[in-house]
Ligand binder design. Sequence first.
Ligand code: FES
Length: 84
Amino acid sequence: MATIKTQSGSLDVIAGGSMESAGELGVLFGCHRGVCGKCATDIAAGMDNLSERSDEEKAMDLDPSRRLMCQCRIMQGTVELDLP
Ligand code: FES
């Protein structure tokens, strides 16, 4: 089990699962394919608990604190998103 948190909520998810569950915590999605950038989210804590950056994330040249929620997976522990 792993946990996705925001400032106001948390969600237990399967370790190794998609971060798309973060939609339940307020993350907005568009393409779900790593192209539009709509799901880019600041990671407040637990960046090391996420999977390696996908080719799509690398191509988008995001700020180091940001990840695409449609591309990364939560591998273990807790990941805190910088969301209210
Ligand atoms: S929803 Fe488009 S990049 Fe994630």
